[in-house]
Design a protein around this ligand. Structure first.
Ligand SMILES: [Zn+2]
Length: 252
């Protein structure tokens, strides 16, 4: 009996291994191109039906059409975190230890993780940036707040180096001993100027539960850094979605 169980377990492992090798694990049910690409997301699974909703992200932010609004500054209370880098097949993500949060317009959201898209997902005045970081936060009531930071090609970004140096080439989560990072090192000098709107996750299930805060000032990464990301994670930007009846607010 015991032998049988071991055989079954190793068969399952082989299957799991094969599934990983072919990329055919549960993450591969959607993609950024072809038959399972963004146009099809809403029809792939009933859980993804929100992807055809009318409050979707990302969007093209047209600065001069944004409503000037008297919002609060985002209060960043991010601590150092142990470095855990995950390649989930769709992005490179740094998971965040508990205890970091933002406060904005009266609400507190806890930082869970940040990850990257290249090119950027949001467009500003019709133009995509080279890359965009998303800092994903969750409030106790389940609402999310995502802070978006644009990257343009320029100087090497030293704060990216520890993440990039430990970027798993395939689907894997890597715990890196002895290295601490802090998301604050990936914020522009000016965080006062931002665009705020209500939208969604930019990946399935595309849930419309996201308070978006997209910072206006971009930061820089080198051409080599941007290319290194794209070699591991091919273009992972969902096309911009219609604004429909929403407003974008601008704080500056
Ligand atoms: Zn994202």
């Amino acid at each position: 009996m015991k032998k049988h169980l071991i055989a079954a377990a190793s068969a399952a492992l082989v299957l799991a291994g094969a599934a990983h090798a072919s990329g055919d694990h549960h993450h591969a049910s959607w993609s950024y191109g072809g038959e399972t690409g963004p146009e099809a997301w809403g029809k792939l699974k009933s859980e993804y039906s929100a992807c055809t909703g009318n409050q979707q992200s990302p969007i093209n932010i047209v600065a001069k059409q944004a409503l000037e609004s008297d919002m609060t500054k985002i209060k960043f209370d991010w601590s150092d975190t142990a470095l855990q880098v995950k390649n989930n097949g769709h992005t490179i993500q740094a998971n965040y230890d508990e205890g970091s949060s933002i406060k904005v317009n009266g609400d507190k959201f806890d930082l869970l993780q940040f990850h990257f898209h290249s090119p950027s997902e949001h467009a500003l005045n019709g133009e995509l940036y080279d890359m965009e970081a998303h800092f994903v936060h969750k409030a106790d009531n389940g609402e999310l707040a995502v802070v978006g930071v644009f990257f343009k090609e320029g100087k090497e970004n030293k704060a990216l180096a520890p993440i990039w140096n430990n970027m798993p080439q395939h689907v894997e989560t890597k715990d890196v001993a002895g290295i601490k990072i802090n998301g604050e090192d990936l914020l522009p000098k000016d965080t006062k100027e931002y665009f705020h709107y209500m939208g969604s996750l930019t990946t399935p299930p595309c849930s419309e539960v996201v308070n978006w805060y997209v910072l206006a000032e971009p930061i820089e990464a080198s051409k080599e850094q941007i290319e290194a990301f794209s070699e591991v994670i091919h273009a992972n930007n969902r096309p911009v979605q219609p604004l429909n009846r929403r407003f974008v607010l601008a704080n500056d």
